[in-house]
Design a protein. Structure first.
Length: 756
């Protein structure tokens, strides 16, 4: 929120009371307390009739310092609160010098000095990162009596800022003003479904604002050389998170807020849906599945969107008897074909649902401060909202879903969760309505994900969720919301995904072909390539279906080719998922996240890295033209084997059956052969394709364990023009391949391959 009128003046209607200096520094139980009046204190009389702000700096982990800024500390802080994990026994090191104090948390430090000007300077290994400079910290009052706390952290020339949730504008946030406030706003504006008060920068640090409600960020847009953030109230808490690399920042950030869990192997296969408002019944569903099978298009999950229930009844969790008279039998027939089943749900209970009266009588629906059930006609007639702050309401909601699991449903698409009222609302647990607006999505998705974990086991739960906030990465998978069926929307969708994964969300998907409208065949085929080279892949639309043959036979061929490519990459994709789970590094990464040392990568938002070694550049042009940025090093085309030396931009033209797909030098891709489903055994016949491995370099490549199959480990070394490889756990034949040459072995044997 902007409070300034230029550099010197306040905006009309606001009084900005800035911290003017440090009167004293106090060390208490490992924390450093700094006290700052909002006007100069030259005489004893200046201590009267003025405000005193307090800043508390606490080292909570190596590389993480918590900062609390408070005006009136007596104001009660109502929940909800983010679930932050820290070690209460951790203590930083406090050092005194002639100017003041330095608090160290590993290589991260903050220096505070008593004097006339407020300054808190953060460093990594004594190298400057950012600082809270004079005029940065402030308490703001409005004419209407509202108050805010504000902080500004310095930006160095050329520094880039990333993150802040799933945002569909430019990947670099410099110059943008961003409100952290979940909205059902599509993908074409400043609104977003998934707002996360976290950013990271090219200077080697990140900032997490610990406030689940609305947070306003001005990234060089209030003061050009600062990132400003503010929250309503009397208290602002944030964490300064050290790098030095962006992956280090994400590792530390996700240690605080949670790491993505592993998701079931079958979820990496292709998902197909009924689409939203299309007419469908079991015969329609069967025709889709038969059509996929007849055309050799492997399918893993079938999803039933909203109208598996009757109109005006969402959500009553009752199958429409007109179109699905035998849901249990239908699901059994689908599962007999090896498919998993997903159904659409949301947290709204329509007035016509048989659950409405029950929920209202038991206090399971959100109420107004007058004691009435809150209702609206926006979306479903007379709908109420499940109050997930009530444990009994959570159990009640889960009971409805458990009945669906009992007849064979495997997972849920948890749609919506953004249209959460604030004015005149009373939550069961007394939560602050403003804070609950964003946090509701987390409670909703957690209620469903925890049920799936309980019923299916660790690593077997998966959602297809739309709304989220900080910590939502623990409740995967998320998809990008309601986009349009155009090339332009493909671009904004990708930007949204890269912005979200910059906040530690390990998995992310989107509607292949776009949601609104019907894509032309070119858009559909280009989106198929993009979608099947994403973390998760789903064919979905609004008023038209996305079965490939409706877009022509070429679309069928393109879909088949990219499904086969995806299945062959399963060992690689699963290893990338394991990395996300272990470190918080997402499967899909911006070029900056993977190459922070290369300034040429910083602003590129039309391509991405899939895992550490594959560069993907979706084609978003009807003529098939695409500009691709190759970072420093040797890059080899997956399709042709031709290499190019980066850094450079290259312009390419691709037919619908390819897109720019480059492999990083030194990579070894384990390519599975002949899979029909992602949960098949990846080891028999695996091909180890080696790319530009330097002489003397070694690689250990693991085909991961999954679904009861044991891992296989391959050790490779480039020795004077010869590739040597040994296997442990190989089942059947395997091959070593480089530059078009191949050597084939059987079982746990050794192979040699002469390089040209």
């Amino acid at each position: 929120m902007k409070f300034s009128n230029g550099y010197w003046l306040d905006r009309n209607g606001y009084q900005v009371n800035k911290a003017r200096g440090l009167l004293d520094l106090v060390v208490e139980d490992g924390s450093v307390h700094a006290h700052a009046p909002v006007r100069p204190v030259l005489t004893r009389g200046d201590t009267l009739n003025t405000a005193l702000l307090r800043a508390t700096f606490t080292a909570v982990a190596d590389g993480v310092i918590k900062v609390e800024l408070v005006h009136h500390k007596g104001r009660r802080e109502r929940g909800p609160s983010f679930e932050i994990v820290t070690d209460p026994a951790y203590r930083g090191v406090v050092e005194r010098d002639c100017d003041g104090l330095v608090l160290r948390a590993g290589e991260l430090a903050v220096a505070l000095a008593e004097g006339e000007d407020w300054t808190a300077a953060f460093t990594h290994a004594d190298r400057p990162l950012t600082a809270s400079l004079p005029r940065a910290v402030a308490h703001v009052t409005g004419l209407d009596g509202r108050t805010w706390m504000r902080e500004q952290l310095s930006l160095r020339p050329g520094e880039r800022v990333y993150g802040l949730g799933e945002r569909f504008g430019a990947l670099t946030k410099n110059g943008q003003s961003i409100d952290i406030w979940n909205e059902d706003g599509g993908t074409a504006s400043e609104q977003a479904y998934k707002n996360v008060p976290f950013y990271l920068t090219s200077a080697g640090y990140g900032v997490f604002v610990d406030h689940p409600g609305g947070v306003s960020f001005e990234v060089g847009s209030e003061v050009n050389t600062r990132t400003q953030f503010s929250v309503e109230g009397e208290r602002l808490t944030y964490y300064l998170i050290d790098g030095p690399t962006p992956k280090d920042v994400l590792r530390r950030y996700t240690a605080l807020t949670g790491r993505p869990p592993m998701v079931p192997t079958w979820s990496f296969g292709l998902w197909l849906t009924t689409s939203f408002t299309t007419s469908y019944d079991e015969e329609t569903v069967t025709s889709f599945i038969d059509g996929m099978e007849e055309r050799d298009l492997p399918l893993s999950v079938f999803h039933f969107d909203c109208f598996w229930m009757r109109g005006f009844h969402w959500c009553d969790f009752v199958w429409d008897p007109e179109t699905f008279p035998d849901p249990a039998g239908m699901i059994a027939r689908l599962k007999a074909r090896g498919l998993r089943v997903c159904v659409w749900i949301n947290p709204y209970i329509a007035q016509r649902s048989h659950l409405f009266d029950e929920g209202a009588e038991r206090g399971y629906l959100v109420r107004t401060t007058d004691g009435d059930v809150w209702q609206t006609d926006l979306w479903q007639a007379g709908m109420g909202l499940v109050d997930f702050t009530n444990p009994q309401a959570v159990d009640w909601y889960r009971e409805q879903l458990a009945g669906l699991l009992d007849i064979g449903v495997d997972c849920f698409k948890t749609d919506f969760g953004e249209r959460v009222p604030v004015a005149g609302i009373a939550w069961h647990d007394g939560s602050d309505p403003e804070k609950m607006h964003n946090y509701y999505a987390h409670l909703y998705n957690r209620a469903v994900f925890d049920l799936l974990t309980q019923e299916c086991g660790e690593g077997e739960a998966v959602l297809f969720a739309r709304s989220a906030t900080a910590g939502g990465q623990r409740l995967p998978v998320h998809w990008g919301g309601d986009n349009e069926s155009t090339f332009a929307s493909m671009g904004e969708t990708l930007r949204g995904g890269l912005s979200l994964t910059s906040c530690g969300f390990g998995y992310w998907s989107h509607d292949i072909g776009g949601f609104e409208g019907t894509p032309d065949p070119d858009v559909f085929m280009r989106w198929v390539a993009f979608g099947l080279l994403s973390s998760h892949a789903r064919l979905h639309g609004s008023g038209s279906v996305r079965v490939p043959w409706t877009f022509g036979e070429e679309a069928v061929d393109v879909t088949r080719a990219f499904i086969r490519l995806r299945l062959s990459l399963m060992p690689y994709l699963y290893a990338a998922a394991e990395e996300a789970h272990a470190t918080g590094t997402p499967m899909m990464r911006s070029m900056f996240l993977e190459f922070p040392e290369d300034r040429g990568s910083w602003d590129v938002d039309t391509q991405y890295m899939l895992g550490p070694d594959l560069l993907v550049a979706p084609v978003m042009d009807p003529d098939g033209e695409v500009d691709v940025y190759l970072p420093p090093g040797t890059w080899t085309s997956y399709w042709t084997g031709r290499s190019a030396q980066g850094p450079c931009w290259v312009r390419e033209t691709h037919g619908a059956d390819t897109l720019p797909l480059y492999v990083r030098e030194g990579a070894v891709l384990p390519l599975a052969q002949g899979l029909s489903r992602p949960e098949d055994d990846w080891v028999p016949g695996v091909v180890l394709r080696v790319y530009e491995l330097a002489d003397g370099e070694e690689r250990v490549v693991t085909v991961p364990a999954h679904d009861g199959f044991e891992p296989a480990v391959f050790r490779l070394v480039h020795d004077g023009g010869t590739l040597r490889a040994t296997a442990s756990g190989a089942r059947g034949a395997w091959a070593l391949e480089s530059g078009g040459r191949r050597a084939v072995g059987q079982g746990d044997t050794s192979l040699e391959l002469a390089l040209g």
